[in-house]
Design a protein around this ligand. Structure first.
Ligand code: XIL
Length: 333
């Protein structure tokens, strides 16, 4: 408990975040969240599937409870997520047999979903992941971003412009209300150069079109690099992607950082050191580009609670004790 606070160490650089469910917002877990972080992302509660009840009507009961707890704890909140192919409501774009709805129907559903959710939470969030993981993993021809998209239900029903439409719907609500909420495109495998190029081409085209119509304003404010890495991740590739995204004039958020190492919930001493070294290399890089990076959010407070618990990817072990990775983040040089 008397360890340096991560958010204090980085207060002149960027916000520090972590992922939470309601169980992280009480007791000793909340103490650690508050001590080290400025902001949180809901691990599951604010995903599209959970905005609806069994009758398919909007129902924000569970979300509102979590948002209230976050506010009571004095933490900022990042909205995750409006449009995604997982943990979503399939009936927004497909019929009961799984066949795509007409473009008109799906587009109307997309707009209604985005607008209702953005309106509901308002400026209780500082930013939204508007579209998550729309790009395929290693597109062979990344110059053609449309051909690089994942074959999702949204793509099948609407076509490649579902992404731009989602951002425009969110932007309309924000502008109508005069809110300051940053809109992000978020994805993983962000260190893969083909994928980074496809994302770059997509954001460039969408933002240029919008800017031409709107006095140079951005439609997509930020790119989220999820940062789900492992011991084979090459920080030089992370750097290339980061520089590419920054060259678009958008902010970058590291949105879901963790580094898999070891297996079966065990980390050898060597793996713990390798993991710490990669965290240190990444934070050196993030500091270098701090002017363009809004936040670094970890995806898991401790190894026990991580979605990839077997690979011990976080800064704290399952007894909430600081690992070498924590000390590397505190002092990466
Ligand atoms: C994960 C959660 O951590 C798990 O609890 C859930 O079962 C599946 O989703 N990319 C994302 C996150 O954008 O929403 C995912 O979160 C991890 C990968």
């Amino acid at each position: 408990r008397d360890l340096p606070s991560i958010k204090e160490v980085y207060k002149d650089y960027f916000l520090i975040g972590n992922v939470v469910s309601t169980k992280d917002l009480e007791g000793v877990r909340l103490e650690l969240i508050q001590m080290h972080h400025n902001l949180v992302t809901a691990e599951n509660a604010m995903k599209p599937a959970y905005a609806y009840n069994e009758e398919g009507e909007f129902d924000f009961t569970a979300e509102d409870e979590l948002v209230q707890m976050v506010e009571d704890a004095g933490l900022l909140l990042h909205g995750h997520v409006l449009v995604w192919h997982q943990q979503s409501n399939e009936l927004l774009h497909s019929d009961e047999n799984g066949n795509p709805l007409s473009r008109e129907e799906a587009l109307a559903n997309l707009r209604k979903h985005v607008k209702t959710v953005v309106e509901h939470f308002g400026d209780r969030v500082i930013s939204w992941d508007v579209v998550n993981e729309a790009m395929s993993d290693n597109p062979p021809n990344p110059e053609d971003w449309r051909a690089s998209l994942r074959n999702s239900g949204w793509l099948q029903a609407i076509g490649p412009d579902f992404i731009e439409e989602a951002f425009r719907a969110a932007r309309e609500v924000i502008d109508e209300n005069g809110w300051d909420i940053k809109l992000y495109y978020n994805d993983y495998n962000d260190d893969n150069q083909n994928k980074a190029e496809a994302i770059y081409q997509m954001v460039k085209e969408i933002n240029e079109r919008y800017a031409a119509e709107n006095d140079g304003r951005l439609l997509i404010d930020g790119i989220g690099m999820q940062g789900h890495y492992n011991l084979n991740t090459n920080p030089a590739n992370v750097r290339r992607s980061l520089e590419k995204f920054i060259s678009l004039g958008v902010e970058v958020g590291v949105t879901e950082l963790d580094i898999m190492a070891g297996e079966n919930h065990e980390l050898t001493e060597k793996q713990a050191m390798q993991q710490a070294y990669l965290y240190a290399q990444l934070f050196q890089l993030y500091k270098e580009y701090a002017d363009h990076i809004s936040r670094i959010t970890f995806w898991g407070l401790d190894d026990g609670a991580s979605w990839r618990a077997a690979n011990s990817p976080t800064l704290f072990d399952s007894d909430l004790q600081a690992k070498p990775a924590y000390y590397a983040v505190i002092d990466p040089e």
